[in-house]
Design a protein. Structure first.
Ligand code: NAX
Length: 329
């Protein structure tokens, strides 16, 4: 039998945590033969609730779960972890400025980075989910000098899945038949969902849908606003679909992408083939082999599409600058 791997989930008492734990513990991320030791981190006021979550995990009697560590200590939570799924963060409160949200989360991700660097496995693979996800990942990465920068990623898979879902619905097709939708840039309203490498059962999406004004405008806005639509309807932000996307991101990172499959991840932009500035965590099309991602270059881009890529790049630069200003990074 394989050795168990240690997987930490931060923000484990929150709503994404509640939807994610069954996927990780049930073998949907690391596979049905990979035992795991679950490390669950949250803050002190959430400990009682986390205790209830632990009881429920025990009551599920998952065959792959070989241990549970539930804690409010970063040191304990990050001790020897091989994978870190970081969902915990400070939520945007009413009346709070974006700048304050950035600063608050920057301080969390500076601290998280420092402790992770000290305590985690040196080959720890990190996925940041908490918003602003790309910038939190970048902040964390600047504080993890001994973990390779390629090991730090941000979640844009939900946006990619949303895009595939919208296209499939429009075509009356199965979402799984729509492949290779790409998300460029930030996990925010400036993101650029790109469909010119996407297809449905081998037919390019642009041919299958044959409506450029929808594909170049309406579709993009729909993907950008999908998160806000869910909040407006449900009163809470996406959790089921976010957990599902985390499962997909980690699954593909752990197992590799299939031949011909391209997925989107927020990754280090340094040296990228699209002319985006170095030093950002920007979402690109990637393939994955041996737990290493590689950006897929050569996508054809119109001037309008280049502008969309630059708009989201500009936002990421601004977020990075605001974090530096607030924390003297
Ligand atoms: P919840 O508020 O339900 O849960 C967050 C949990 O994090 C809470 O239990 C809280 O106590 C904990 N927490 C707060 N500060 C912490 C810290 N310093 N260390 C450890 N834990 C801490 O939010 P939820 O709906 O689960 O969303 C979590 C995060 O995911 C939010 O930042 C949200 O914006 C972000 N999202 C990102 C998405 C993406 O695609 N990248 C999509 C979904 C989601 O909106």
């Amino acid at each position: 039998e394989k050795e168990p791997i240690r997987v930490v989930i931060s923000g484990a008492a929150g709503q994404i945590g509640y939807a994610l734990i069954p996927l990780v513990a049930g073998g949907k991320t690391f596979g049905p033969n990979q035992p795991i030791i679950l490390h669950l981190l949250d803050i002190p006021p959430a400990m009682k609730c986390l205790g209830g979550v632990v009881m429920e995990i025990e009551d599920c009697a998952y065959p792959l779960v070989r241990g549970i560590v539930a804690t409010d200590s970063y040191e304990v939570a990050f001790d020897k972890v091989d994978w870190a799924i970081l969902v915990g963060g400070f939520p945007r409160k009413k009346g709070m400025l974006r700048k304050d949200l950035l600063a608050k989360n920057a301080s969390i991700y500076i601290e998280t980075g420092k402790v992770l660097d000290r305590c985690a496995s040196k080959d720890c693979h990190v996925l940041v989910v908490a918003n602003p996800a790309n910038t939190n990942a970048n902040t964390l990465s600047m504080n993890t000098p001994s973990i390779p920068r390629g090991n730090i990623t941000a979640l844009t898979r939900l946006d990619m899945n949303r895009g595939a879902g919208i296209l499939a619905k429009r075509l009356g097709a199965k979402p799984s038949d729509v492949t290779n939708v790409t998300i460029f840039g930030n996990h925010s309203k400036t993101q650029f969902p790109y469909i010119d490498r996407a297809d449905i059962n081998g037919t390019p999406i642009r041919t299958a849908i044959n409506d450029d004004s929808f594909l170049d405008q309406g579709f993009i806005t729909q993907v950008q606003n999908r998160g806000a639509e869910v909040i407006a309807a449900r009163g809470f932000s996406s959790a089921m679909s976010a957990a599902n996307a985390i499962k997909d991101h980690v699954h593909d990172w752990f197992h590799g992408t299939k031949p011909g499959q391209i997925v989107s991840m927020g990754v280090d932009s340094t040296g990228n083939p699209y002319g985006i500035a170095d030093g950002l965590i920007y979402s690109f099309p990637v393939t994955i082999k041996n737990r290493e991602w590689a950006i897929v270059g050569g996508f054809s881009l119109t001037d309008a599409q280049r502008t969309l890529m630059q708009t989201t790049e500009k936002e990421l630069k601004e977020e990075k600058d605001e974090v530096s200003a607030s924390s003297n990074l």
